[in-house]
Design a protein around this ligand. Structure first.
Ligand code: ATP
Length: 320
């Protein structure tokens, strides 16, 4: 393959720029022409495509967001939009496409693959919700951002002897809450995968207070089926402990990627380009243990997610 393109799509994630840098530089190293597509599938449909060189990805590895821009594209969800996208790749004689994004973006890539484009999917999302890979790019940075916030909130929570519900991102997957909750020493972690036990939660708040604990941190993923307001009200009513809410929101998306995310992004993106160089069929790139792995794109997207019960159990043990 001699000409390839790269796009970033869906929610931005720290490490997308590191992946872009690695893909561009690896492609140039292997003697390929490489193009950047702006605003994900929207830009592909509109032909916002420009050639990248070594210096166009200089000084970006440490930056959050994505220099290509990203979008959610309604037009690309239609057959007509997808046909236009394929036509645009043909106009530029682009043979292979690297898609950096979450589950939806990789599904979009699969549609292109069914229409004859060779697609390499790279998991770029803070949610860590893709079943086929142990970790996604951006997850580690998001967890560390939440950890910083937990530490600040703990100080004020202790000073006022309050309980605090900290709402973090994760609609279907509670990994951010789970990893940040365990490493931040939260008293309770609430995730969409496990039903909320209000009695146990209130018992823990009361037992903690009786032991002289000054703070009580509850990390709750946004997808848990009780709102943070409702939860705080119930805890306040049932325990008498003043309970505040902090919704962390978009600060979890931004920031300079951690070394771990930069490494993951660099390794995955370089692998994607190597596979395109070798005219591979469409793949999803992931990590298993410490190994970069690739799966057939369609098979990867059909894999079911297994919830890490052992980590939840450890968090429970350590927060007694
Ligand atoms: P995040 O995990 O951060 O939300 P994502 O990649 O899952 O990222 P989505 O909004 O689900 O974000 O998808 C991004 C874009 O990919 C969509 O706006 C749409 O253009 C395309 N896309 C999503 N699902 C499909 C699909 N089933 N078929 C074709 N295209 C899709």
């Amino acid at each position: 393959m001699k000409k390839i393109a790269i796009l970033t799509s869906g929610g931005d994630a720290p490490g997308m720029n590191a992946a872009l840098r690695a893909a561009v530089r690896s492609a140039i190293y292997y003697g390929m022409e490489v193009y950047g597509i702006e605003r994900g599938y929207e830009g592909l449909i509109d032909g916002d495509i420009r050639q990248m060189d070594v210096s166009s990805v200089g000084d970006i590895m440490h930056r959050g967001g994505t220099i290509l821009g990203t979008a959610r594209s309604e037009r690309f969800m239609t057959q007509e939009g997808q046909k236009r996208a394929v036509g645009m790749l043909e106009n530029f004689e682009i043979e292979g496409l690297v898609v950096i994004g979450g589950d939806g973006s990789l599904r979009g890539g699969l549609e292109l693959s069914k229409k004859g484009v060779r697609v390499m999917g790279i998991p770029g999302t803070i949610d860590n919700d893709l079943a086929y890979t142990d970790f996604t790019i951006g997850f580690d940075t998001a967890v560390n951002t939440v950890l910083g916030a937990i530490s600040n909130i703990r100080d004020t929570s202790s000073a006022h002897e309050r309980s605090t519900v900290i709402e973090v991102m994760g609609r279907r997957c509670g990994d951010i809450a789970l990893y940040a909750g365990l490493t931040g020493g939260a008293e309770t972690i609430l995730i969409p995968e496990i039903p909320v036990d209000i009695n146990a939660l209130c018992r823990k708040v009361i037992q903690g207070r009786n032991r002289g604990k000054k703070h009580n941190l509850i990390i709750k993923a946004e997808g848990v089926n009780i709102s943070s307001q409702e939860l705080a009200a119930v805890i306040g009513e049932r325990t008498g402990v003043d309970t505040k809410i902090v919704v962390l929101g978009y600060i979890q998306r931004g920031g300079s990627p951690t070394a771990r995310d930069r490494m993951l992004a660099s390794r995955m993106a370089s692998k994607a380009v190597e596979l395109l160089k070798d005219d591979s069929l469409s793949k999803a790139i992931g990590i298993s243990g410490d190994c970069i792995v690739e799966y057939d794109l369609e098979e990867a997207l059909h894999m079911g997610r297994e919830f890490e019960t052992d980590i939840m159990k450890l968090a429970d043990i350590l927060s007694i």
